[in-house]
Design a protein around this ligand. Sequence first.
Ligand code: XUL
Ligand code: CO
Length: 440
Amino acid sequence: MSEIFKGLPKVGYEGAQSKNPLAFKYYDADAAVLGKPMKEHLKFAMAWWHNLCATGTDMFGPGTADKLFGAAAYGTMEHAHAKVEAGFEFMEKLGIEYFCFHDVDLVPEAQDIKETNARIDEITDHIKEKQAATGKKVLWVTANMFSNPRYMNGAGSSNSAEVFCFAAAQVKKMLDVAVKLGADGYTFWGGREGYETLLNTDVGLEQENIAQLMRMAVQYGRQIGFDGDFYIEPKPKEPMKHQYDFDAASAAGFLKKFGLAGDFKLNVEANHATLAGHSFQHDLRIARVEGVFGSVDANQGDLLLGWDTDEFPWSVYETTFAMYEILQAGGFTKGGLNFDSKNRRPSYTYDDMFKGFILGMDAFALGLVKAAALIEDGRIDAFVKERYASYGSGYGAKIRDGSATLEELSAIAEGLGAPSLPGSGRQEELQSIVNQVLFG
Ligand code: XUL
Ligand code: CO
């Protein structure tokens, strides 16, 4: 196959002084940060759907970008194969080692699932060949159980057992694909796993059925040799009014309630956290303290808009605090940073595709460097530790180890007289430290 992104070079690192729009200013793949190459900390992945399929269609108008990649028409197997060629050339030129996809990102969906599955077999043979030639790896796979009209009421949460069967069939097929292509993960994003109105909804039954689908996936996956991580990707709403996996806290609670936490972790998406009314850092922190931090969908939203804009991340404050949490969580094991990000509709050219990734990869590389600097600086961690010092000894230590009683603490309080204030939170001082580390 001939070159698709003609005239677009292999993107290299040129450093912060470079003015070349097609060069990395901060992402230097092999440069060590905290003793590990940047590429191992960051584990960048390309999302098939946004990069190779999305043309910029929105509710008010058609696509603006040409993603045919030389094929004659969309919705054909010729186009599916062209996307494979484009995807691998793109990853090669950007130095991206991983990719993620839904079943129907790869091939056009047929009326009959047997035919769709035959198409998936054909395209994954092609992908497997390209993987063997390039060493590119699958970060995670997933089944699209939200676009087809049959999923109007959800997949695992559908009112229809027939629809549940189709969901089971798609999950099974994508677990087969995960094993065939050596994927490190399988993601459940519950796009329509929720409800529009409680007037027609059995919430308890729906949640149990979602868990049941997940249990079957674990059972089948482990049986066929899938040793990757399963993920829930929380999102509070859109397309559904209310989605059960609302945020990291509710998804962690769901996993624990249904005994799934041993096999499942969370895939935390920046713009989903902000839609839930949290910061990206908050959901990463919750995933970490709940012991279910797994992977990340990297993007950012527009806080002036109320929907999932999936922009390429560019706020270095956001990427710094995200990388700070990821480093504190011990870094990625099977997970990575999947760019669930898309170009803006008016950025419709091939070089915009390159520049979107350059922006996002540089923003995260800079975030990594700055997060490492915050940790090495040590003032913030030291202050947090010091802030809770009263729990290190005496009755504070007894509260921590569970041996204190209300009677005992009540007697202590009576003996203390007027209570002292708990010490300044020093927020402004800490924010100054962050700015000093970022810009100093
Ligand atoms: C939708 C979203 C999905 C999942 C995979 O908001 O983030 O693309 O990442 O289904
Ligand atoms: Co996502």
